[in-house]
Write a protein that binds this ligand. Structure first.
Ligand code: ATP
Ligand code: MG
Ligand code: MG
Ligand code: MG
Length: 472
């Protein structure tokens, strides 16, 4: 079957509607009353209130396509076939209503029935939690052959707080040509390191609640929480090598090509830049549409970082103008059937991106001037090396990742002193750590820092902020 992304999204929602679910529109990417999250990162994130019993839903069966942002996957973007910073999670949820039996039977029906997804059964694999033999039996009863079922210790869904429990994951076998590790490698199984097996769906049997003190208690009722990555399933239907060769990304990539001498699909490194830009611009567009803006803290910092990364990858593609804002309407066009608000908010989205891009361009330009003067300087010409402290200054003051400096240096036959660079980086981190400690103990009124400290007690946030600091 060939399905468009719009058809896949709709078919998922229609299927669960036919099973008595209410279709809920996607909630904003910005969490409401949930300080534990920087961004909505899954379908269940906005439904926590139902799961923990705070609010009783009208219908205990809910389905949605939820906009999600995951900054923990930033480094994976452009590298793996399957990771994005912005993606849509398709989900079905049971709030104390149906449980394992229906969840597994319906999952298999949606995936394999010719009336629905109609995927080839022989290409599907599932993993279960070893202690959860019920799920294994249920998959077998529904027709999954036992050699396509793996017991995996990691199959316990727990984000460190809130609803949790054993889970079962569904993988699509993309074929031998995607094997990226030896067959006898212990990681060669669905859910392991082999990119051949694409995780498409995660089904959580949410029965426990992970409390802030680390203990687990039974939830008032048993729930089902599932998440299927739209872009991944679309890549399956569109026979794409990665998430990107699909109708969700190709128009963006083609638009970037207009500004670049390079073509997509000819060189992996170059492709990676196309992918990073296409991914990051989607994240920027959706996040800004939901009210976030680039800044120096929290969510804003994530956006600033993504925008800079996109611009720098534009440089790698030899794009020589401020191009990001022009990609925004293309994202809106691709998404208009389900997210018409993007077009309504376009003026603001473009204004925010343009302003931020212009700001970064000034810094970058100064950095390029410095870099060029370094390359021309007698010391560098003699040593054929850009010093670690200069490379660090380029990074720290002008936002130049060291890889970019290396590339520019290499073009002039020069090297970069990476060891010196690392040393400066370590010193800087040490200083930052100390500065933070001092600021806090003095009870400074610096709102940003206090804000940072206060929120960083939550693990997800802390990781994201620490991550960001390193790029600052
Ligand atoms: P992976 O192991 O591939 O990183 P995950 O186990 O972290 O995925 P889940 O938290 O189980 O992902 O999320 C549910 C589903 O959402 C996944 O099965 C996948 O289809 C999709 N998904 C998760 N993270 C991403 C991402 N960064 N980009 C695109 N889709 C994603
Ligand atoms: Mg992941
Ligand atoms: Mg996984
Ligand atoms: Mg998973």
């Amino acid at each position: 079957k060939e399905l468009t992304s719009g058809q896949v999204r709709q078919m998922f929602l229609d299927f669960f509607k036919s099973k008595g679910h209410d279709v809920e529109p996607s909630a904003s990417l910005i969490p409401v009353d949930d300080p534990s999250l920087l961004w909505i990162n899954s379908g269940v994130a906005t439904l926590k209130k139902y799961f923990d019993g705070t609010v009783v839903p009208q219908n205990p069966r809910i389905t949605n396509a939820q906009k999600s942002i995951r900054t923990n996957d930033i480094e994976n973007v452009g590298k793996t076939a399957r990771h994005l910073t912005f993606f849509e999670m398709l989900g079905n949820f049971s709030v104390g209503d149906y449980f394992k039996k229906e969840a597994i039977a319906w999952a298999w029906e949606l995936l394999t029935s010719p009336d629905w997804f109609g995927l080839d059964q022989s290409k599907l694999y599932v993993t279960v939690y070893p202690k959860d033999q019920d799920s294994k039996k249920l998959w077998i009863q529904n027709g999954v052959s036992s050699d396509h079922i793996y017991e995996v210790e990691d199959n316990f869904w727990d984000i460190g707080g809130g609803p949790c429990g054993p889970d079962t994951e569904v993988f699509f076998d993309r074929g031998q040509e995607f094997n990226n590790i030896p067959v006898d490698d212990p990681e060669n199984y669905p859910g392991g390191e082999n990119e051949r097996y694409l995780e498409i769906w995660n089904i959580v049997f949410s029965e426990l609640n992970h409390l802030p003190d680390g203990s687990y208690v039974e939830q008032p009722h048993k729930n089902i929480d599932t998440g299927m990555g739209l872009e991944r399933v679309v890549s399956v239907f569109q026979h794409a090598k990665t998430n990107y060769e699909t109708d969700l990304f190709l128009p963006i990539i083609h638009a970037i090509e207009q500004d670049s001498p390079y073509r997509y699909g000819q060189d992996e490194k170059i492709d990676s830049s196309f992918k990073i830009i296409a991914d990051h611009v989607r994240t920027l567009v959706f996040a800004i549409s939901d009210g976030a803006e680039p800044s120096n803290v929290g969510r804003g910092y994530v956006l600033r970082r993504l925008l800079r990364r996109a611009v720098l990858n534009g440089q790698k593609l030899k794009v020589n103008r401020q191009f990001l804002a022009d990609l925004a309407p293309i994202v809106a066009e691709i998404m208009k059937s389900y997210y018409p608000e993007l077009s309504d908010n376009m003026a603001k989205i473009q204004q925010v991106i343009k302003r931020e891009e212009a700001k970064f361009a000034v810094t970058l330009n100064d950095g390029l001037k410095l870099l060029n003067s370094l390359i021309e300087s007698p010391e560098v010409k003699q040593s054929k090396t850009i010093s670690g402290s200069d490379a660090f200054k380029l990074f720290d003051t002008y936002g130049f990742p060291v890889e970019l400096t290396q590339e520019a240096a290499a073009e002039s036959g020069l090297k970069v002193d990476l060891i010196g660079y690392q040393k400066d980086m370590e010193n800087q981190k040490e200083r930052a750590r100390k500065a933070r400690g001092v600021t806090i103990s003095m009870g400074s009124q610096n709102a940003d820092l206090l804000n940072y400290q206060e929120k960083s007690i939550y693990k997800g946030y802390e990781e994201q902020v620490v991550d960001n600091c390193e790029l600052d």
